[in-house]
Design a protein around this ligand. Structure first.
Ligand SMILES: NC(=O)c1ccc[n+]([C@@H]2O[C@H](COP(=O)([O-])OP(=O)(O)OC[C@H]3O[C@@H](n4cnc5c(N)ncnc54)[C@H](O)[C@@H]3O)[C@@H](O)[C@H]2O)c1
Length: 252
């Protein structure tokens, strides 16, 4: 019977054991993208007071296939126990540790227009371990405005505030034309992770991670699938749209 093996956990974190520094798992990007999905599913199960979960059950709750889930979790050194499954609490700990969610990360938001206001007002960040600690805009008429108890500051204050507040992640919600200059200010302030909502490519040093969110691209991808389904339906002798199968949002 295979035992649940514990890979990277807070208990054997890098540096915990004198002289031994286990390598941090080098995870495929697609696995990293699925870990938050597993975590959300596990939290829901945790709320329902389940102690263990089978790979099939967790895969269904997360919307992936179970072989992929087992492979993903094996990267964390988590294999579950045959016939029992995964310990829900332990797996939550492992995933939160690898994603670095055991530390609360300070986030700043730059650009308080339509999108910035919506993001600043979203309380889902705090419940998942991210605190928006500062808001910045270049428009003097917005500086001083209070949003969710936070005062909008001028972008010129970003360098000082980033150090004071220990900002780890910067969110850009400015027009595309301003985004590179904002990214430069964030990088100069020592911010090494950027979430970019502006529809443009940012140029940053190699030590800076940028994630881009573009709903228009997602819509264009869905448009492609609509187009493909329509063209299959139109085939002579007719494969139906249903036979084309569904597409997963997260890459394999
Ligand atoms: N990723 C997505 O899915 C998505 C969806 C909607 C909008 N957007 C993008 O998000 C961005 C914001 O959209 P919006 O509708 O909120 O625009 P908006 O014009 O309402 O707001 C932009 C804000 O950025 C500020 N700004 C401009 N230059 C700045 C600078 N150098 N430093 C700091 N602040 C600056 C402006 O003063 C304004 O408050 C745009 O790039 C838009 O294309 C992305």
């Amino acid at each position: 019977m295979s035992q649940q093996r514990h890979g990277v956990t807070p208990g054997n974190a890098p540096g915990d054991r004198a002289g031994a520094v286990p390598a941090f798992p080098d995870l495929p990007e697609a696995t990293i993208a699925r870990l938050p999905e597993y975590l959300r599913a596990l939290h829901n199960l945790g709320d329902a007071a389940a102690d263990t979960i089978s790979s099939e059950g967790l895969a269904a709750a997360a919307g992936v296939n179970s072989a992929k889930l087992r492979k993903d979790l094996s990267h964390l050194g988590s294999y579950g126990t045959r016939g029992v499954g995964y310990d829900v609490t332990l797996l939550i700990e492992q995933i939160e540790y690898v994603l670095g969610l055991d530390q609360r990360r300070a986030v700043c938001l730059v650009g308080l227009g339509n999108l910035g206001h919506a993001l600043a007002g979203y309380d889902g960040f705090a419940s998942r371990g991210f605190k928006i600690v500062a808001l910045f805009d270049a428009d003097a008429s917005k500086v001083g405005e209070l949003i969710q108890g936070l005062e909008v500051r001028h972008i010129e204050d970003l360098g000082r505030v980033a150090v004071e507040e220990n900002i780890a992640i910067g969110v850009i919600a400015t027009p595309a034309l301003a985004a590179q200059a904002v990214a430069d200010v964030l990088v100069d302030a020592g911010v090494t992770s950027i979430l970019n909502f502006a529809p443009c490519v940012l140029s940053v040093p190699a030590n800076v991670d940028v994630r881009k969110v573009d709903l228009a691209i997602e819509l264009q991808i869905l448009s492609f699938h609509e187009h493909r389904k329509a063209s299959l339906t139109a085939l002579p002798g007719g494969r139906s749209a249903a036979s084309a199968g569904n597409q997963e949002a997260v890459g394999s």
